[in-house]
Write a protein that binds this ligand. Structure first.
Ligand code: FES
Length: 238
């Protein structure tokens, strides 16, 4: 998808939200605060073997696809234990974010689809990215943030993906990980899901990318983890 296509499809997502606010509000309420289990998926390295969490570079952003073939997620090793926190939503409800997993409890994962207007990493561009401690975001004036350059929503990956600044009403959706016998698995999601809006808004792009819409929506039971720059041609920082 080219940049114009991306902006156009973001526009369609905004129009969709505008046309059916009641429906969306009800849907989002219904999906809030739940740990939603999906197929358990083992995370693999590029050779197809179970990913060794010790090999994840600290502060580097990795991508994998979960729970559907077409839904990207960030995997980040923050290098030190990430404690659980309560995440509060604008409707007054909250949920307990479980923090990091892995040998040092330092590994976290979030859906890489921006909860504002659904910007996501494609093979051409990535407007939403993780900025490590040593590469701070200019807008946030700090590192250790996930920032979406489409409309400058900034999220805190160390605190359950909460919104630090910008227009997003919702935190990043958590991808729940488990660490068993030295292997990492994705097991579900936690927070506010916008997958149905994503599939509606990008239906034709996904159909082209995955050869069929049905394949794009297939749930995965394994997922290869790649550094973002090996999947995305132009990683856009702002
Ligand atoms: S799509 Fe608007 S801030 Fe990400």
């Amino acid at each position: 998808m080219d940049r114009r296509g991306f902006i156009r499809t973001c526009g369609s997502a905004a129009a969709l939200s505008f046309l059916s606010p009641l429906f969306l509000t009800e849907t989002l309420k219904a999906q809030t605060n739940k740990l939603k289990k999906y197929k358990k998926a083992i995370l693999l390295n590029k050779s197809g073997n179970p990913l060794n969490p010790e090999k994840l570079e600290v502060g580097r952003q990795y991508l994998f696809f979960y729970p559907y073939r077409a839904t990207p997620a960030f995997l980040i090793n923050l290098g030190e234990e990430v404690k659980p926190v309560e995440v509060k939503l604008s409707d007054g409800s909250s949920y307990l974010w479980p923090g990091g997993v892995g040998p040092k409890k330092s590994i976290i994962a979030f859906c890489a689809i921006c909860p504002h207007q659904l910007s996501f990493p494609t093979p051409e561009y990535s407007f939403i990215n993780y900025y490590p401690k040593d590469k701070p975001s200019k807008a946030a004036k700090r590192g250790n943030v996930i920032q979406c350059c489409a409309h400058m929503s900034i999220f805190d990956p160390t605190k359950g993906g909460v919104v630090l600044d910008g227009p997003s009403e919702y935190p990043l959706l958590t991808i729940v990980l488990s660490y068993e016998g030295g292997k990492l698995y994705a097991v579900g999601t936690l927070g506010v899901e916008r997958f149905s809006d994503f599939f509606d808004a990008f239906r034709s792009d996904l159909k082209k990318m995955y050869k069929s819409f049905r394949k794009a929506k297939k749930k995965v039971d394994k997922s290869v983890v790649l550094p973002v720059e090996e999947y995305v041609n132009e990683v856009i920082y702002c």
